[in-house]
Design a protein around this ligand. Structure first.
Ligand SMILES: [Zn+2]
Length: 410
């Protein structure tokens, strides 16, 4: 991909609206466009990162036998009246009437809607268990949107729902989802703490939160540096009696054992082995997909810009051409791109007519894990100069060595 043809509107100055590091770098790095406070568009680079995260999530959900669907953004208010959550969530719901007078809302979450789907199509224990999930936008009338994608009015979530015939089934699905979540956050290269949590407005008996330590977090856990454990309450550490330090956390995932709260309220029943009508035993499992982008940047950046982990990089290689008048350099760049494409790796070729300083500043800001420089040095020595963004390590490679190194690292 040629930079000159792609759309990466980087900013030299910090935007006035930026409230924290990730917000500033995502706006400056041409990933996001802020339409208004709490409302963002994903520009091409941001969308590539979003798609990488979504595909990691899909891989691990599908591996657990969950089936992807896509529910409507528009929801009838009557399903919310069944559970009483039209009142619980009334402050954050975006509600309106259509021209026919129907009461509708833009879905802030989808428990009610998925329960209606289960009620319609699942009638026997023989069809259970079922896990359904989607990756989709949610809408909330946030009074105080903050830090870009950390708290916004429109955001992208992965929400999964399990339907079981009994508690044992829920137990099994719940632990499968916990495992999948650990794998997802690991693959996104995020440092994450799992904590038991309050179920709040979602209801149900048990819940766990996946929290990423970061200075901008809205939640607090207490950390014991001696045994490397986190606690909900401040009191010294149970195990080593060490003093605990408060650490701010970003909530990235939350899983709930809902039990029968929704199925009973919405009369979603199935027939069990004995032919008795029973409410579905449900679990729900959320991940803040767009929030992951901000959390990764909070955990992985330096004074020059973003440092994407290999798994989320919008391109695998940023190839900077320093002398555009020399045709050989562009030919070499295109050849490297073609070879790497056959290995499933993508290359951003910086072919812009800009000074070297501007190109390097942008390369560090964008945070693609590897920067390859093609200039005088290559013409003199025939060697490719590769820089690893995260460590600043520099390598001098032949073409074969370069391809092998990148292939091995990704
Ligand atoms: Zn301890």
């Amino acid at each position: 991909m040629l930079y000159s043809k792609f759309f990466i509107p980087t900013l030299r100055e910090d935007p006035h609206s930026a409230e924290c590091v990730s917000h500033r770098l995502l706006l400056r790095g041409g990933c996001l466009f802020m339409a208004s406070s709490g409302i963002y568009s994903y520009l091409p680079l941001g969308l590539r990162i979003l798609n990488k995260i979504s595909n990691i999530i899909r891989k691990h959900m599908n591996a657990e036998g969950a089936a992807e669907l896509f529910m409507s953004h528009l929801q009838p208010m009557e399903i919310w009246q069944k559970t009483g959550r039209d009142k619980d969530l009334s402050e954050v719901m975006i509600k309106f009437k259509d021209r026919k007078g129907r009461d509708l809302c833009l879905g802030p979450t989808h428990e009610e809607e998925i329960t209606e789907i289960a009620k319609r199509y699942l009638s026997s224990y023989k069809q259970l268990p079922v896990i359904l999930y989607q990756i989709q936008s949610k809408f909330r009338d946030e009074f105080r949107p903050r830090c870009g994608l950390i708290r916004s009015c429109e955001f992208i979530m992965k929400d999964a729902y399990s339907f079981d015939a009994d508690e044992e089934g829920l137990e099994e699905n719940y632990s499968r989802m916990l495992d999948a979540y650990n794998r997802i956050f690991k693959e996104c290269d995020l440092s994450v703490v799992v904590a038991t949590a309050d179920s709040g407005v979602m209801g149900g008996s048990t819940s766990h939160e996946f929290m990423a330590p970061a200075d901008i977090g809205e939640d607090v856990l207490f950390y014991c540096s001696k045994c490397d454990n986190y606690f909900r309450e401040q009191g010294c550490c149970d195990k080593c009696k060490n003093d605990l330090n408060p650490k701010k956390m970003i909530e990235l995932g939350h899983v709930f054992k809902l039990g029968t709260k929704y199925s009973k309220a919405q009369e979603a029943y199935f027939l069990n082995k004995e032919g008795k009508r029973c409410p579905f035993i449900m679990g729900c499992y959320g991940i803040g997909v767009s929030r992951i982008i901000s959390a990764v940047v909070e955990q992985s950046h330096d004074e020059k810009g973003i440092i994407w982990p290999n798994s989320l990089a919008p391109f695998e290689l940023n190839l900077v051409i320093l002398d555009l008048n020399n045709k050989e350099l562009l030919e070499q760049a295109l050849e490297v791109e073609a070879i790497l494409r056959t290995e499933g790796l993508t290359v951003l070729i910086d072919d812009r007519d800009e000074p070297a300083g501007v190109k390097f500043n942008d390369a560090y800001l964008l945070g693609i894990p590897y920067i390859l420089i093609l200039g005088k040095k290559f013409l003199n020595t025939g060697k490719f100069e590769l820089e690893r963004r995260k460590t600043g390590e520099k390598f001098s490679f032949s073409k074969q060595e370069l391809i092998k190194y990148l292939k091995d690292d990704y």
